[in-house]
Design a protein. Structure first.
Length: 372
């Protein structure tokens, strides 16, 4: 059946999608410019169902943010605090290990660990934190530290990114989250995150991590001052690195939340743009297996609709979320497994509990097994 596109410019893209042909930079810009949301949703859903059928993946995870003290002061961020700010916090190692256990009653299979760029905590401290978590929760996958944190540890310790990664792998990290990528355009980074590593270095650390056998995710922060070409440039750069390393598992488009940031004058993103970003990323990132609609960021309702516009993952239970809630998110801080199942089933998709590496998780009342 050939769909009726409102925008006839989508017809040549339909031919490419059917032929599994790579979309060009200009195709990407067109996908961002058209208002035919149902048209791009139809195209993205073709790819999504070709790759994953009816499955929507979720996991039972817990976020841990050991500190919000950060030397970077990015304009986009409401989470980071300056070292002298009395409202900032830094957990002790015991606190991190204890907090991790608070979500353990739901038998979490992943800890997602990121924090501010703390001026005093050492790499040894982080390695001890990781070793302590592994000892206490050996079944839990540790998805820890963004490329930005890795580069910061390397500079502080005056060692290479590779050595930092090797030490953290030896301590027990299993993979890395996708944060800190923002938008690679230097023109934009100068405004939104001028103290952060540049896009080239983010990609270089990811390359190094993948070469050492670590899988990672990747993200794009949209809805601030970037234009369509900046978005497509970002996606194409991720796609190029993925051709080389195959190390990215999942792409997560992240909507900018302006509240309590230095860019609080900007409007929040619309549901239309959130759904569009899901669809366009599914179409452009032909070599990244999974597209995640992160419910904390886009709301449960939009994340559910996204499952029919290109997304095949909805993230997890999360338990305690700070980065988006500091920036004004009004979504819940946590969902239970049953809530995720309901959201997915209502969207006409089949829930599939995964571990961080997308292997199936089988549960009994109190424990889980990962099928390898
Ligand atoms: O790196 C920070 C972004 C990221 C704001 O890998 C903001 O599975 C919007 O990376 N408004 C952290 N965004 C979140 C993240 C993530 C989330 C869920 C799953 C995964 C994964 C990764 O959030 C930051 C930054 O890009 N961010 N401040 C803000 N005001």
């Amino acid at each position: 059946m050939t769909p009726q596109f409102e925008d006839a410019r989508l017809l040549p893209i339909l031919d490419k999608v059917k032929a599994e042909e790579r979309l060009t930079f200009d195709d990407g810009v067109l996908l961002y410019q058209t208002s035919d949301l149902l048209g791009i949703g139809y195209l993205a859903n073709l790819v999504r169902e070709r790759l994953h059928g009816d499955l929507t993946y979720y996991n039972v995870n817990r976020h841990i943010n050991p500190t919000d003290v950060c030397t970077a002061s990015c304009r986009l961020c409401a989470f980071g605090k300056k070292a002298k700010d009395p409202t900032g916090y830094t957990m002790s190692l015991e606190e991190v290990w204890h907090r991790a256990g608070e979500g353990y009653t739901e038998a979490v299979s992943e800890f997602h660990i990121v924090g501010g760029l703390h001026p005093e905590l050492t790499l040894d401290w982080y390695c001890e934190m990781i070793r302590g978590l592994k000892e206490r929760y050996p079944q839990v996958h540790l998805k820890a530290f963004t490329m930005v944190e890795i580069s910061y540890f390397a500079k502080r310790m005056k060692i290479s990114n590779r050595e930092v990664l090797q030490r953290l792998i030896a301590a027990g990290i299993d993979s890395q989250p996708g944060g800190g990528a923002e938008v690679f355009s230097e023109r934009i980074r100068r405004v939104i995150c001028d103290h952060k590593i540049d896009g080239g270095e983010w990609l270089e650390v990811a390359r190094e991590a993948h070469n050492l056998g670590l899988k990672s995710n990747c993200t794009m922060l949209y809805g601030h001052i970037e234009n369509e070409a900046d978005r497509v440039d970002h996606l194409v750069k991720l796609r190029e690195l993925q051709d080389e390393t195959h190390g990215f598992q999942t792409f997560i488009p992240l909507a900018f939340h302006p509240a309590n940031t230095e860019m609080s004058h900007l409007p929040t993103t619309t549901g239309f743009d959130d759904i569009r970003n899901i669809a366009v990323s599914r179409l452009m990132l032909d070599n990244i297996p999974h597209i995640k609609a992160y419910w904390v960021m886009m709301s449960e309702g939009i994340a559910q609709i996204a499952q029919r516009f290109g997304a095949n993952d909805i993230d997890g239970t999360v338990v305690e979320e700070k980065i988006y809630h500091d920036a004004g998110a009004t979504t819940s801080q946590n969902l239970r497994r049953g809530d995720l199942l309901r959201l997915i089933r209502e969207a006409g998709r089949q829930p599939f509990e995964r571990d961080t590496l997308y292997r199936p998780v089988v549960r009994t009342e109190t424990a889980f097994t990962i099928l390898t």
